[in-house]
Each structure stands twice: as structure tokens, then as C-alpha cells.
Design a protein around this ligand. Structure first.
Ligand code: SF4
Length: 438
């Protein structure tokens, strides 16, 4: 029987490096049992869908095709592929959900109350990816409200990151010296039930009128230390082409702004938005980067692959942000499948977030040790580009704090003792610790 990853780590041997007389550092042969300890920790790797490696990308999946036939038989390809149609036809009523999904009682109760702090809304496209029968399906859990949203647990808060305290003018969060978060819109294509900004998203507080956006632009213009602007919301890609073009143009016109970023989940929940017209606009404002909010490998459909290709071909560096969610993506095979698919889409896994303690989030939050285990299960076991930084966004406005599995074991006269990805311990002859050094 294969050992679990945890058991492998616990049983790992020490590989000793000794300084022998008249020799530099030398590595002993690994103990004969090492092969046992080098086993890949992934007991059940999730296969890559065939379309990822196919020469021609199919337009969609059989699952989405069947969903469309069943619930939207009259809707043309042109309508389905039009992001405005997707936005207008978001599923939000309890009645419509009941037609499409076998709802559990907690889901029915939550829907009848209109969700917790966040509105409810899912694009027909994203709804086509949900399992109509299984309420525990990861994607369904992230977007269909559940009664647990209404429970308040100790340590939770509506604004756990204290963003409001770092907001000098409406729409701007200025936490770090050289960069700001610019909240430009409170609408999303699909609402995630664990959203950190539940307190503002979908409540009509951040409306993208030019007057309101000018307040944020004016603040950025008046503060020459701001070299980096992260445009977020809500989702900035739900703005019209014209508004986005104007906003990016205004920001690019500020001489000290060197770098623009867009934080979005739209390429995942409404990939139809990534069309030629949008890409033409975005290309005008380089250097422009994009952080895409991915949650689970099942989100990586042909539609999403195509959207990411268009963005990457337009020269936009793509990174991903993923929230660690209990029962959704909190295991190594799922996260490994996600990062591998992201790499194939030219999306660099960037951050893995510990879920923020927002009000009503206890059913989504894992222990921090789960995130560390996942990083241990990726680091060394897969491509370095595929390992995101695991962070806690510190409650009370402390900013992002990275967490790493502990690789420092200790030190001796010869150097530092460091744990490898396989769990073996190695001595690095650190010059500052060498005998006789000052
Ligand atoms: S897309 Fe982002 S802002 Fe919108 S609900 Fe999801 S997490 Fe919140």
C-alpha cells in the first residue's frame, strides 16, 4: 500500500553531509530505503482533459452542450456567446434555480432569503458546469448559497481586512506605500459565496459613474508615490468596453503610474467577455497584467482555455489567485491539477489565499496547516512555476503575510540543516557559519 504524503514526511530519513578531513562538503549515499521515501505524494492524479492537448480546441464540452439543449433550446450560438446576453440572463431567482438543480433544504432556505450579505447571480455558462444532483460538487458549493452563510462565528467580521480604514477616498484602498487598489465597480458576473468584499459587492455602493471614478483618479494623480494600480471591484471586466477604455486611458495618462493590473474572475465565469474588441482595448495600455481568480480545475474548460489564449497572445502576463476552500480545493491532487492546467493556459499560479474570516464563512475555512500541506505537496513535486505563494491577508489591515512549510531544521558547526522536498535533511555550508569567520 502506498504511504500517504504525511506519513512519508514523518518517516523521512536524515541524509547527512559531513565535512571530512581535507575535503569539502560531501554527500553520503542516500540510505537504501530512500526510494520508498521519494514516492510522489499524489495517490490519485486527476487526468488532464483531452482537449488541453488536442490540436484543435473544441468549442465547448458535452456537459455545457447538454445544458444548453435542455434549458436554452431557443438561444442561438450568437446570443450564448455574447457576454451581454450572459449578464442579462444570470440565474438569481429561487424558482429558476429549482428548475435547474435539485436543491437541498439549506440551499432552498438561503435562496428564499436572497443569500447572505452577497446577492445571488450565476451566468448561464457557469451554471452549465454545476452538478444538478450533487450539492457537494465543488463548483456548486462556491456559487449556490447555503444556509451556513447566515451563521456568524467568533473572529469573523464584515470587513476582516479593515480595508475601509485604509480608504482615503471612496473606491481607493491605499495600504502599501507604492500601490493602490482601485474598486471601480461592485457588479460581478457570478457571485462567489466566500467573497472578501461581500460588504460592498452587489450593494450599489461602487457605481462606475465617471464622477465617482474621477474621485479615485484624482487621488492617484495627487500621490506621485503610486506606481502600481490594481483595478478590481466587483469585477472590472463587467464594465462596458467604452468605460474600461476611458478608465485605462486616464490611468495610463498619469505619468507616475508605471504598471496596471486587473483583478478579475470574468475569464472563468464568463469567458465570452474576452472577445476581440476587449483584447484590442487592453493591448493599448501595456504594461498591463491580469490576476485571474481560479478555484478548481473543473473551471478550465475549452471556453476558458480560449479566453486565456487570447489574453496571453495579446501580451498580457496572466497570474492566478485562488482561495483555499474546505471541501472544494483543499487537497493536493485538486490543487496540483489546477496549477498544471493553469500553466498550460499560460497562467502563472500566483497566490493561494487562506480564506478570510468574513461573516458567514466558517463552512469554507480550513486550518492553516492544510494550506502548508498543499504547498509541501507541490514544492519540488511539480514545476516551480506551478507553486503559488500561500498567504494570509492579515486581519486588521496587516497586508499579505506569506507562509512556507518549514525547511529550516537547525544548524551545527558546519552549516545550516535544511529539509528537502522529500523530507531528507541536508547540510549547507553557510559561509557566515564557517569556523573562523567573523
Ligand atoms: S468575482 Fe471576486 S469580487 Fe466578485 S464575488 Fe467573486 S470574489 Fe467577490
Amino acid at each position: 500500500m502506498r504511504k500517504t504524503f504525511k506519513a512519508t514526511m514523518m518517516a523521512a530519513p536524515l541524509v547527512r553531509h559531513r565535512r571530512k578531513e581535507n575535503e569539502s562538503v560531501q554527500t553520503d549515499e542516500p540510505p537504501s530505503g530512500l526510494a520508498d521515501h521519494c514516492q510522489d505524494p499524489f495517490e490519485a492524479d486527476i487526468p488532464v482533459p483531452a482537449f488541453f492537448l488536442a490540436r484543435r480546441l473544441p468549442p465547448t464540452t458535452p456537459k455545457t452542450r447538454a445544458f444548453r439543449r435542455r434549458f436554452y433550446p431557443q438561444v442561438s450560438d450568437a446570443e450564448w456567446s455574447d457576454w451581454r446576453w450572459q449578464m442579462r440572463n444570470r440565474i438569481s431567482s429561487a424558482e429558476r434555480f429549482a428548475e435547474m438543480l435539485q436543491l437541498t433544504l439549506p440551499e432552498q432556505v438561503a435562496l428564499s432569503r436572497g443569500g447572505g450579505m452577497l446577492p445571488v447571480g450565476i451566468t448561464p455558462y457557469y451554471c452549465s458546469l454545476l452538478d444538478s444532483e450533487d450539492p457537494h460538487q465543488p463548483l456548486r458549493r462556491t456559487v449556490v448559497p447555503d444556509q451556513s452563510e447566515f451563521l456568524r462565528s467568533p473572529g469573523e467580521a464584515d470587513d476582516p481586512l479593515d480595508e475601509d480604514a485604509d480608504s482615503p477616498v471612496p473606491g481607493i484602498v491605499h495600504r502599501y506605500p507604492d500601490r493602490v487598489l482601485f474598486l471601480v465597480h461592485d457588479t460581478c458576473a457570478t457571485y462567489c459565496r466566500y467573497c472578501t468584499r461581500s460588504r460592498v459587492v452587489g450593494h450599489g455602493e461602487i457605481l462606475p459613474s465617471k464622477d465617482k471614478l474621477e474621485v479615485g483618479l484624482d487621488y492617484i494623480r495627487r500621490n506621485p508615490q503610486i506606481r502600481d494600480v490594481l483595478i478590481s471591484g466587483g469585477d472590472p471586466l463587467t464594465l462596458s468596453d467604452g468605460k474600461l477604455d476611458w478608465l485605462l486611458g486616464e490611468l495610463r495618462g498619469i505619468p507616475h503610474v508605471q504598471f496596471l493590473r486587473i483583478g478579475t474572475k470574468v475569464p472563468v465565469v464568463m469567458p465570452q467577455r474576452i472577445d476581440r474588441a476587449l483584447v484590442r482595448i487592453l493591448k493599448k495600455y501595456h504594461p498591463l497584467w491580469m490576476s485571474i481568480h481560479f478555484t478548481h480545475p473543473d473551471e478550465c474548460t475549452p471556453e476558458v482555455v480560449r479566453a486565456c489564449r487570447m489574453l496571453a497572445d495579446a501580451g498580457i502576463p496572466l497570474g492566478s489567485q485562488t482561495v483555499l476552500l474546505k471541501g472544494v480545493n483543499d487537497n493536493i491532487p485538486t490543487m496540483r491539477a489546477l496549477v498544471h492546467r493553469e500553466l498550460m493556459m499560460r497562467v502563472r499560479p500566483y497566490y493561494l489565499y487562506q480564506c478570510d474570516p468574513i461573516s458567514g464563512s466558517a463552512h469554507f475555512r480550513t486550518g492553516v496547516d492544510r494550506g502548508l500541506e498543499i504547498i509541501s505537496g507541490l514544492r519540488g513535486w511539480t514545476t516551480g512555476y506551478g507553486v503559488p505563494t500561500f498567504v494570509i491577508d492579515a486581519p486588521g489591515g496587516g497586508g499579505k503575510i506569506p507562509l512556507q512549510p518549514d525547511s529550516y531544521v537547525g544548524e551545527n558547526d558546519e552549516g545550516l540543516l535544511l529539509r528537502s522536498y522529500k523530507g531528507t535533511v541536508h547540510c549547507y555550508p553557510d559561509p557566515s557559519r564557517a569556523r573562523g569567520s567573523k
